[in-house]
Write a protein that binds this ligand. Structure first.
Ligand code: S3P
Length: 433
């Protein structure tokens, strides 16, 4: 479904963004492998997280879902309780579901098949197949190109000390999860620290996990066969969803928006550093902490922004926010360079070309590079017909750009926001005065 968005006046008021997607996925996965109930509140009821739930239900885990209250109870039966699914595990659009589950499935005593939608089935899986194979797993890519459908034969695994060629939490988490079933210790080193929810949460469930900075980068290690125990998890608001309101409030003159209870784990909060460097006014209030995850209310006021360079070790901490950073850059004075972000090409869409095409159509001076974008900001944007490429983060970024563009902007397949934020448009409109 397409959607038309008009330039709009100031954004004012409060918004509570839905629960963090990464933490919601993990609460179901780890809860399924734990003994006893895991009770999750402020769970993200979006298509991606429902894909994770349905995969575990197919493997015999009872998950009670209260969609009205955003509550989920996972009735875990322990590390070795999963049953062989009687049909393929469908992971939809979700890379997190696919790659993390791969690590769990590799060490089971049954075979399984993983497949998703056309976008998911074109995303690279060799990054998990290779290390899992080194651990003794047996995984076969049906199309032969390292993509899904993947056929996984449950195997006996052994620990490895893996150096990941990409700083990816999905790869790291996949290997650590396989490490739960492997003989001996398993460790993963990455050059920059990717989101660490798996390490924090698995430790909370009772696993023996260690994280350390080494001369080679960041190393996470895990010991096998822990007894995991069900937990109570209150999921903080997703900073990746809050990012659209941060950007909209900063770029639409006269705005002032309070975003409540946003997770600001430092491995996720790169957007706040970028906004500060651009001259944006974001105040952190009511900082709280639970299970190693910090959250805060963010008070955002419209600001005159200037261009910056975004690259290096910061990239994993804002990888999903780079499309909306491009929108802020388009509205800022001067040049913004986004680099070291080639990973953008293998997300739900090629986000470099998706954003370059759409923002160019809206009058922005933007050039795609091999590992990012160069945006010369300050030109007025105008409405255009734009394509979300069925990518939720592109659709939401374009909706933010549309607020500052003269006239009307059409976003193709705008309903793909259901992947991570089904109420996005109503929450956005609720702020427009
Ligand atoms: C995620 C990790 C990131 C991110 C994705 C969610 C996770 O992917 O882009 O939306 O929950 O682990 P990579 O780890 O592949 O960068």
């Amino acid at each position: 479904m397409d959607r038309t968005i008009h330039a709009a006046g100031p954004l004012r008021g409060e918004v509570l963004v839905p629960g963090d997607k990464s933490i919601s996925h993990r609460s179901v996965m780890f809860g399924a492998l734990a003994q006893g109930k895991t009770e999750v509140t402020h769970f993200l009821m979006s298509a991606d997280c429902l894909s994770t739930i349905s995969c575990f239900e197919k493997m015999g885990i009872r998950v009670d879902v209260d969609t009205k209250e955003d509550r989920v109870t996972v009735n875990g039966l322990g590390l070795h309780s999963l049953h062989s699914p009687d049909s393929l595990l469908y992971t939809g659009n979700s890379g997190t579901t696919t790659r993390l589950i791969c690590g769990i499935l590799a060490g089971q005593s049954f075979d399984s098949v993983l497949s998703g939608d056309p976008s998911l089935n074109s995303r690279p899986m060799r990054r998990v197949i290779d290390p899992l194979t080194q651990m003794g797993a047996s995984i076969f890519s049906e199309p032969g190109n390292g993509c899904c459908p993947l056929h996984i034969s449950g195997s006996r695994l052994h620990g490895i000390d893996y150096r990941s060629p990409v700083a990816s939490a999905q790869v790291k988490s996949c290997i650590l999860l396989a490490g739960l079933y492997a003989e001996g210790e398993t460790s993963v080193t990455e050059s920059a620290l990717s989101r660490n929810h798996t390490e924090l949460m698995l430790a909370g469930f009772g696993a023996s996990v260690r994280s350390e900075k080494t001369p080679d980068g960041w190393k996470a290690s895990i010991l096998p066969e822990p007894v995991l125990t069900g937990q109570k998890i209150s999921v903080p608001g997703d900073i990746s969803s809050a990012a659209y309101f941060i950007a909209a409030a900063l770029t639409v003159p006269g705005s002032e928006v309070l975003i409540r209870n946003v997770g600001i784990n430092p491995t996720r909060a790169g957007i706040l550093e970028v906004v500060k460097a651009m001259g944006g006014n974001v105040e952190l209030m009511n900082v709280t902490s639970q299970g190693g995850e910090t959250a805060a209310d963010l008070l955002v006021r419209s600001s005159s922004l200037h261009g910056v360079t975004i690259g290096g070790e910061l990239i994993p901490s804002l990888i999903d926010e780079l499309p909306v950073c491009a929108v802020m850059a388009a509205c800022a004075q001067g040049e913004t360079v986004i680099r070291d972000a080639a990973e953008l090409k293998v997300k739900e869409s090629d986000r470099i070309s998706a954003m370059t095409n759409a923002l160019s159509a809206m009058g922005c001076d933007i050039t795609a590079t091999d590992d990012g974008m160069i945006i010369r900001g300050g030109r007025p944007l105008h409405g255009a017909v734009t394509d979300s490429c069925k990518d939720h983060r592109i659709a939401m970024s374009l909706a933010v750009a549309a607020l500052s563009a003269e006239g009307e902007t059409q976003i193709r397949d705008a309903d793909c926001v259901d992947i991570s934020y089904p109420q996005f448009y109503s929450d956005l409109y609720s702020l427009i005065r």
